[in-house]
Design a protein around this ligand. Sequence first.
Ligand code: NPG
Length: 376
Amino acid sequence: MKITGVELRTVEMPLVSPFRTSFGTETVRQALLVRVVTGEAEGWGECGAGTAPQYSSEYTHAAADVLTRFLVPALAGVRHAHQVAPALATFKGHRMAKAALETAVLDAGLRADGVSFGQALGAVKERVPCGVSVGITESIPALLDVVGEYLDAGYLRIKLKIEPGWDIEPVRAVRERFGDILLQVDANTAYRRGDARHLAGLDPFGLLLIEQPLEEDDLIGHAELARRITTPICLDESIVSARAAADAIALGACQVVNIKPGRVGGYLEARRIHDVCAANGVPVWCGGMLETGLGRAANLALAALPGFLLPGDTSASDRYYRTDITPPFRLEDGHLAVPDGPGLGVSPIPDLLEEVTVSGTWLPVQPDRQDNLGSS
Ligand code: NPG
């Protein structure tokens, strides 16, 4: 499979409602889409980076820049998705940009071979149970309304975003109103080691987990916290690779892992993390970064692997966007279907994609020496 070139496209899509977390509020999702063109097929990848470096150090413009200057040129000679990460390894960091590129190469290869993402990754389910992530709201009554709507829609698990000043009381209110639902919280690094006693205040509420309470480089702090609270700790931002997952587990820093392919450099590394966690008896679930239908399709395939034992942040298209750029993913009985067509199994609808595109660049991939010798 020879890669002819790569198109980078920035899209901006209004969210159906603002999404507030401890690191900021998003009202419009700015996403960088990557289209890889080969002689046989095209493939798509979506970069999880947001407008500003607040969830991680990556952001859309930086991702476009590193792809243009370094990552796309390094594809010369790459024939297969498994060769992408080694070809990019000389460049530090930028995992979300690397993930988008690897995903697009993988998608092109799988479409050419008529194999779905799910088949390629080792999916064992045709549909996956879905949760929903609920942002910080202006008041507790407003939160209860939002949670009630999501439960009525059929979501099987609720995740509440928390931060200092918005933690125990919202959790208590949701428990009191909705009883024994599957409930978890996500702090996005908003707490410090000294907050252990305060966080133990969440213990009586029987949460599935607390996600990333402390800073991403504080594995020891998480291990200490795990000894002081009974709510299981799940790591997100800290887990940037299979080795990081193995270290966190060995240190006792987490009992559950959130896998986001963008955060870890792609679906191939995401699968390795799944394998490490499964080997250690650690349940995993699939996180989300407000993806369009393209990223969602791939996340659903990953979430269908056997170690994904908890519902993920893989919500239906209408939880995010009035109009998605792919045919919408719809919740049925609390589940989303795993696409089974070749590659991602979905493609952007050209007119809809055009409407939300704010910029685009075409980057030809130079043939390398091997190409000139005629190998395929
Ligand atoms: O359903 O896609 C979704 C959102 C889930 O809460 C969610 N994502 O911190 O995990 C997170 C958060 C996020 C959103 C992270 C945007 C990064 C970017």
